[in-house]
Design a protein around this ligand. Structure first.
Ligand code: SIN
Length: 464
């Protein structure tokens, strides 16, 4: 990679800014810096760490409008969503600022009068994060905040597509008083930084949000130094609409889940499974709503669906649509594009496909675009079988007002995040993460700080 990274606006193809790409030596120097900083940051008491994190959150909020604009420029997401993401990002900082004060130990009754056993928690050490372009702010803070709250120091590599939001956040962390040797960023290609991070004996933990293939590499490469790993990887979310569901509500929630960030989220509905009794009505209502969505530049007022991130992302989505049509799917809406290969922008209009079957690629792979495939099922058991028939297990959704059906679905779906009559389950106070090849570990909730802590027990002998 050149020594400059050109950050481009996915809505226009124009260069937003150029940033320095760090050399191997520079990256290693920053790792050394946070490794040295760990010795002092871990001693900062939990209440002070909490205070500094809260100050960081406040500073971000003070600049919310400017940050959101930059986020839209580099990621393409509608400004309203960028503003929402700033709030979402700071909610993780606020949550973990409080959790810093709740890192408890315990005592264990010994099996003899002569001993006492005490369990304490300590930070794992230097944490390295690799974060994605689809949520440049929130995926970073939900790693940085628990790491810093636990007493770890932190170094992050943002996606090359969206480094600006992260750089601003780190600058504000320093302004808030979090020491420069406690939190740092580096900019370079994912492959290069991945190799340096995983190979570094200084780094004790790797945390990553991104694709499953890259996650598997990072896990393998972390084995030599037996690092802790947290992986938030790909998804392929089923969204099940039972015959008794409130269809209007299911449609609004499906829209929220599917079209947020132009369908470029790991948890967005990727396979919509609808009971045969209601499939036509549901599809009709959905198409009516999806047709109203305004596609365009995220900075333009009223835009609800921005561009996809780049040409590769576009090709993947279009090839899934083509494959589905070739194998017999009907296009109810969309399959329309506004793109310019020379300039480098790619818009995909909301697309709804019906009569989608399991042999189609879209039913097997994550899409990452505003395409909604509808497939029909006869029984709830069949819906569960289709839903679980994937190596992924991140998010699943279902819509039913029957508590028995709902409970049955909840118990049988193999996914880490489940929305029952809820298309937007993400929250800083809940444990987000996947089963199977969707990941290892949880982010958010009381679980979210655990992966940054080691457990140590002390056995004291010699009592009378
Ligand atoms: C993701 O797509 O990776 C995260 C989505 C969320 O936090 O809601």
């Amino acid at each position: 990679m050149a020594d400059r990274i050109k950050v481009t606006n996915p809505a226009t193809g124009e260069i937003v800014e150029e940033v320095a790409a760090h050399s191997t030596e520079e990256i290693e120097a920053r790792i050394e810096k946070v490794a040295a900083g760990f010795q002092s940051w871990k001693k900062v008491n939990a209440h002070e760490r909490a205070r500094l994190l809260k100050k960081w959150s406040d500073k971000i909020q003070e600049q919310k409008e400017d940050i959101a604009k930059v986020m839209t420029l580099e990621s393409g997401k509608p400004l309203k969503e960028s503003l929402g993401e700033v709030d979402y990002a700071t909610s993780y900082i606020d949550w973990f600022a409080e959790e810093a004060k709740r890192i408890y130990g315990r005592t264990i009754p010994a099996n003899t009068e002569s001993k006492r056993i005490i369990v304490t928690r300590q930070p794992v050490g230097v944490v390295a994060a690799i974060t994605p372009w689809n949520f440049p702010a929130a995926m970073m803070t939900r790693k940085a905040a628990p790491a810093l709250a636990a007493g770890c120091t932190f170094i992050v590599k943002p996606a090359v597509e969206t480094p600006l939001t992260t750089m601003k956040f780190i600058e504000l962390a320093h302004e808030a008083g979090i020491p420069e040797d406690a939190v740092q960023y580096v900019n370079a290609s994912g492959r290069k930084v991945g190799e340096i991070f995983t190979g570094s004996p200084r780094i004790r933990k790797i945390t990553f949000t991104g694709s499953t293939p890259v996650g598997k590499h990072l896990i393998q490469d972390s084995a030599d130094t037996v690092k802790h790993v947290s992986m938030e990887l790909g998804g392929h979310a089923p969204l099940i609409v039972a015959k008794d569901a409130d269809l209007d509500f299911a449609v609004t929630q499906t829209m929220t889940s599917k079209f947020r960030n132009a369908g470029q989220t790991c948890i967005c509905a990727n396979r919509v499974l609808v009971a045969k009794e209601v499939v036509d009505e549901f599809a009709e209502k959905l198409v009516k709503e999806a047709a109203k969505l305004k596609v365009g530049n995220g900075l333009d007022k009223g835009t609800q669906v921005g561009p996809v991130i780049n040409g590769d992302g576009f090709e993947k989505v279009v090839s899934q649509i083509d494959d589905a049509i070739e194998k017999g799917a009907d296009v109810l809406l969309g399959n329309e594009f506004n793109k310019d290969d020379d300039k480098g922008y790619y818009f995909i209009h909301p697309t709804v496909l019906k009569n989608v079957t399991s042999d189609m690629v879209i039913m097997q792979e994550e899409t990452f675009g505003p395409v909604l495939p509808i497939t029909v099922f006869d029984t709830i058991e069949e819906a569960i079988e289709i839903a679980n028939n994937t190596p992924f297990g991140l998010a699943a959704y279902f819509f039913t007002n029957d508590y028995r059906t709902g409970n049955y679905l909840h118990e049988h779906l193999d996914f880490g995040v489940v929305g029952w009559n809820d298309g937007g389950p993400s929250a800083a106070h809940a444990p987000f993460g996947g089963m199977k090849e969707s990941g290892i570990g949880r982010e958010g909730g009381i679980e979210g700080i655990e992966p940054y802590l080691e457990t140590k027990y002390l056995s004291i002998g010699g009592f009378e």
